[in-house]
Design a protein around this ligand. Structure first.
Ligand SMILES: *[C@@H]1O[C@H](CO)[C@@H](O)[C@H](O)[C@H]1NC(C)=O
Ligand SMILES: *[C@@H]1O[C@H](CO)[C@@H](O)[C@H](O)[C@H]1NC(C)=O
Length: 123
């Protein structure tokens, strides 16, 4: 039997200056073993062709994946069995959490980045 989980709650607290990053949907309620698919787009211009996806846990941020247009996504130590991500074009990106378990419940969000500006989030 599947348990109903509150798996994802995204884009709750963007700091000032990030209001031009749009994530959908803002909430996903998903069943165990299924997948949750998030999309993100921005209005920052063509220069911002990179996107990061994070998970927020107990006040700290974990970067799950780095994506860039026409480039293989970099999951670092995270498994591609568990996550997938695509950067379709300079505006749009997507992120999927697969084989959902209760441990996947939480807050996830994306950040857009440009080449020169490494990661506005950390600066
Ligand atoms: C990005 O996604 C939005 C919403 O799905 C779509 O309307 C838009 O055409 C996409 N942009 C590009 C450059 O494909
Ligand atoms: C994850 O889900 C896929 C398809 O939904 C399934 O084929 C695969 O066996 C699952 N992997 C694990 C480790 O449960």
């Amino acid at each position: 039997m599947h348990r109903l989980l509150t798996v994802l709650i995204v884009f709750l607290h963007y700091p000032p200056g990030w209001s031009n990053v749009i994530q959908t949907p803002d909430r996903i309620f998903a069943l165990e073993d299924r997948s949750a698919h998030l999309t993100c787009r921005h209005t920052l211009g063509t220069y911002y062709n990179q996107m990061y996806w994070y998970r927020q846990e107990q006040g700290s941020l974990t970067r799950i994946v780095y994506t860039m247009v026409n480039t293989k996504s970099d999951f670092g130590s995270f498994s591609v069995e568990k996550y997938s991500a695509e950067k379709e074009n300079y505006v749009n990106g997507s992120f999927t959490v697969k084989n959902l378990t209760a441990d996947d419940s939480g807050v996830y969000f994306c950040a857009a980045a440009s080449h020169s500006e490494k990661e506005r989030w950390n600066s």
